[in-house]
Design a protein around this ligand. Structure first.
Ligand SMILES: [Zn+2]
Length: 445
């Protein structure tokens, strides 16, 4: 397939903007990048997509999300509003995840993925919980992933809050999925990682039992999201969270630590020196009022911080904008978190992280990279260069400008129509089953 008449944003480490360019996709990869006219002359018989002068850029990547949180949308939290992060877990997320059964898991994933495709997000790292339907839950999510065609990393969040048996069931579910996906051919769109909820809900014994993993797989875990995680670790184990996780073998360049709002300098050093990935989710941090990580400091310290959405919408440029704005307010300094730093996280670092976990070049347009691409109908009204692009994105791009989404060389959305799914039917069924989820949620109080 040839896409021509585009302005290509490459998002290589040294970003370039190529005007009136095109590219050729062969199977799942970008195989040529060339001036439009030359490509058209060279491949007259090939299937073509006229980009109509739109921007052709690598698909967006979400470094941490929760499909399962979807049905919280519009749901009334039982009782008085939660007063802190722990109450948010106790009153909202834990009773909600306990309300999810087979079909709810499928539809929460399916609706979330359609949202991602519409917003040009092509790779996601999901973190799943459904304590009353653990075994097989990752197969259900995988089905939604394969039914739609997105690229996804899956895991089940192991926790001790439901007792030893459920913790063991969660461990088994992760190991099963890791074994299953590791047998897939190289370049597959689905991969798995070992999920853990957070330091404050997993014992040392559970962490030790979580290490029976084949072949170098890492962990996806919330870390120091709220002070309670650090307090709990210090009180119970005499150690800070990251020190404890490092002692138990949870760090490393195949592990993802999420949030890190309350880390100290030594913990940042452990994360950097072990090559552990750190993700930042400012919309979630603001919503939960847990504080703001010193992300600029972590980046300056040499940690390639990435951006996730923590279950918020897959409009990832909203996460970029929030990041840009939130740190300025937090530091009371308009120089804080400049646009290029946001782009470093949201484009470059997310691309590096996805490439690491999917073992293929993802997040950049170059020959040999995976053909995960979007077309964006943005017509700049001022000069747009590789240098000022981040500010065009933050102040000018809207997610509604995404017209085409391509993953692994396959067109998933064409002219804003998501292909191969009946959105109306899916929305109707999701609404029906969400009523039952809400009832199950309420019955727990
Ligand atoms: Zn999360």
């Amino acid at each position: 397939m040839i896409i021509y008449n585009a302005t290509i944003i490459t998002w290589e480490s040294h970003n370039r903007i190529l005007k009136n360019y095109g590219l050729r996709i062969t199977d799942d990869k970008v195989t040529e990048i060339e001036e439009s006219q030359l490509l058209l002359q060279k491949y007259p018989e090939e299937e073509k997509v006229d980009a109509e002068s739109k921007l052709l850029i690598p698909g967006l990547i979400c470094a941490h999300t929760h499909f399962y949180g979807l049905f919280s949308r519009g749901m009334a939290i039982h009782g008085d509003p939660p007063a802190d992060f722990v109450e948010i877990l106790e009153k909202l997320w834990w009773p909600l995840d306990q309300s999810l059964l087979e079909e709810d898991i499928y539809y929460s994933a399916l609706v979330s993925i359609i949202d991602a495709i519409k917003h040009g997000t092509t790779t996601v790292f999901d973190h799943h919980a459904s304590p009353n339907f653990i075994t097989g839950s990752l197969d259900i999510i995988e089905k939604a992933v394969l039914d739609t065609g997105i690229r996804a990393s899956l895991c089940y969040e192991v926790t001790d809050r439901g007792g030893v048996e459920k913790a063991e069931e969660g461990i088994a579910e992760n190991i099963r999925m890791i074994k299953k996906t590791s047998a897939y051919p190289k370049g597959s769109t689905v991969t798995a990682i070992f999920g853990l909820h957070a330091g404050l809900t997993v014992s040392d014994e559970t962490l030790r039992n979580s290490q029976n993993i084949p072949g170098g797989y890492g962990y996806h875990i919330h870390v120091a999201e709220h002070q309670s995680d650090e307090f709990h670790s210090k009180n119970r184990y005499g150690n800070r969270v990251v020190d404890r996780l490092n002692d138990l073998g949870i760090t490393g360049n195949n592990s993802i630590f999420v949030h890190g709002v309350h880390l100290d300098q030594k913990e940042l050093e452990i994360i950097r020196d072990t090559g552990t990935w750190l993700t930042h989710q400012p919309r979630s941090n603001m919503n939960n009022a847990v504080g703001m990580a010193d992300v600029e400091g972590a980046l300056r310290f040499g940690i390639p911080v990435c951006l996730g959405n923590d279950g918020f919408s897959f409009a990832m440029w909203d996460e970029w904008r929030t990041c840009y704005l939130a740190h300025k307010l937090h530091k009371k300094d308009p120089r804080a978190m400049p646009g290029d730093l946001v782009a470093t996280m949201g484009a470059i670092n997310n691309g590096k992280m996805a490439s690491n976990f999917f073992k293929d070049k993802i997040g950049a347009i170059e020959v040999g990279a995976k053909a995960d691409l979007i077309l964006v109908d943005y017509k700049p009204i001022t000069e747009m260069t590789a240098g000022n692009l981040p500010w065009h994105i933050i102040f000018g791009f809207r997610d509604s400008m995404v017209t085409h989404t391509i993953v692994d060389g396959k067109v998933l959305m064409r002219d804003k129509e998501v292909l191969g799914v009946n959105e109306e039917e899916i929305s109707k069924r999701a609404k029906e089953i969400s009523r039952e989820v809400w009832k199950r949620y309420e019955r727990q109080f």
